[in-house]
Design a binder for this molecule. Structure first.
Ligand SMILES: *Cc1c(COP(=O)(O)O)cnc(C)c1O
Length: 393
């Protein structure tokens, strides 16, 4: 039979986990697995990354999800973690040593940036160079003999700027530097960085992969060698393992990933176009708009767009900004994104606590910036909600 389409693969769970003909695999709520005899356990230890021994290593509920995600990301192997940050910290630790240099972007996900700045830098003497990343020269110019990792996020957080994945991975390979990407925005369906030569692909499964706002989890996908290395060191020894129940919820989520992403994309594009044409909106940051500065690069390396975007209100009056923010009904106020429900968040709420206005404007963020996660509701209803809230200011 010919290779199955992604949605077919996602809708079926394989025969492996089906006992007694159950159509949904059970939750393997086991801390350990027993063996037949001395030789059996001896063999399991010899091949520990492929054996069920103890659930801080492999667990069948996690493994079925790992196999699916490895396949749709076009990688050889994947490892699930207790959170996206668990996966990100494992990747950093696996690619650096004391005194290493990391190149990353000015606009990476806030907690990843905090981890580098407030933890790795002082504790492990790490050097970090932040670049815009929109030009390959940004990376080329700052490579040093001790550069061991280029850490990407494309589209990046808040402003969604892109990096040319093929060019960065070529440059890194020529200099024996590892590459990793936080691919959460695009989901495994709309961007496959491993195909462009990136070594490690990370997702926060708390976003689109989970999709129901009921799981916190993360995954790293890559080659067999890289993932088995991470398995036996950063995964098993640091212990950020996923609970079997949460892995099982992710399996539930994967069955609808394709249709959910299609709806997020359709709604996202409609809402972005509406916002772009509204007289009270200064600017919309969304890679699916033709006006997006890197639209062509996005088309080259992504096969679709999702529901997360940001836009800037024309007003910089904080009272008006709050009136709009508080005036929405369908868009609920909250952090995170990628679930069934539409959400709004204002990056200034975080930045005003840490930085002054000039500092955060230096990051390309303004007081009137709004980040919205467009959910699975009707786009017409969502646009009506935005229209009403905008009419109040
Ligand atoms: C949420 C998020 C993470 C972190 O994931 P958690 O599961 O919350 O630990 C990493 N990167 C991006 C882009 C995110 O949005």
């Amino acid at each position: 039979m010919k290779e199955k389409k992604i949605e077919t693969f996602l809708a079926h769970d394989g025969k492996k986990a089906h006992s007694k003909g159950a159509v949904v695999p059970p939750i393997y709520q086991n801390s350990l697995f027993t063996m037949k005899d001395w030789d059996d356990i001896d063999k399991a230890f010899d091949d520990r990354t492929n054996s069920y021994i103890y659930s801080r290593g492999n667990n069948p509920s996690a493994e079925i999800v790992e196999e699916k995600l490895a396949k749709i990301c076009e990688g050889e192997r994947a490892k699930l973690f207790a959170s996206g940050m668990g996966a990100i910290s494992a990747v950093f630790l696996s690619c650096i040593k004391n005194g290493s240099h990391i190149i990353t972007l000015k606009n990476i996900y806030g907690p990843a940036n905090n981890l580098l700045e407030t933890y790795f830098k002082p504790k492990f003497n790490i050097e970090i160079t932040y670049v815009n990343g929109t030009d390959i020269k940004d990376f080329k110019d700052v490579i040093k003999p001790n550069t061991s990792l280029i850490y990407l996020e494309s589209p990046s957080s808040v402003i969604f700027s892109l990096q040319d994945l093929e060019a960065v991975s070529k440059l890194a390979k020529a200099n024996s530097i590892k590459t990793a990407i936080d691919n959460t925005w695009a989901s495994p369906l709309y961007q496959n960085p491993l195909k462009f030569g990136i070594d490690l692909e990370i997702h926060s499964c708390s976003k689109y992969i989970g999709g129901h706002s009921d799981v916190v989890a993360g995954i790293v996908v890559g080659s067999k060698v890289d993932i088995e290395n991470i398995f036996t060191k950063e995964f098993e020894l640091l212990g950020a393992k996923i609970a079997p129940f949460e892995a099982w919820l992710l399996l539930r989520s994967l069955r609808t990933l394709k249709i959910r992403m299609e709806q997020h994309q359709k709604n996202g594009l409609q809402v972005a176009k509406f916002l772009e044409s509204h007289p009270k909106i200064q600017k919309v940051n969304y890679p699916g708009l033709e006006s997006f500065p890197q639209y062509e690069l996005g088309k080259k390396q992504m096969s679709g767009y999702t529901g997360l975007m940001s836009f800037q209100l024309k007003t910089s009056n904080l009272d008006s900004i709050k009136t709009f923010f508080n005036g929405l009904e369908l868009f609920q106020i909250g952090v995170s994104w990628g679930g069934h429900e539409s959400l709004i968040y204002a990056p200034a709420i975080s930045y005003l606590k840490e930085l002054n206005k000039e500092q955060f404007e230096g990051l390309g963020i303004s007081l009137g910036d709004m980040r919205i996660s467009v959910g699975l509701e009707s786009a017409e209803d969502l646009i009506e909600d935005l229209t009403l809230a905008l009419s109040k200011i």
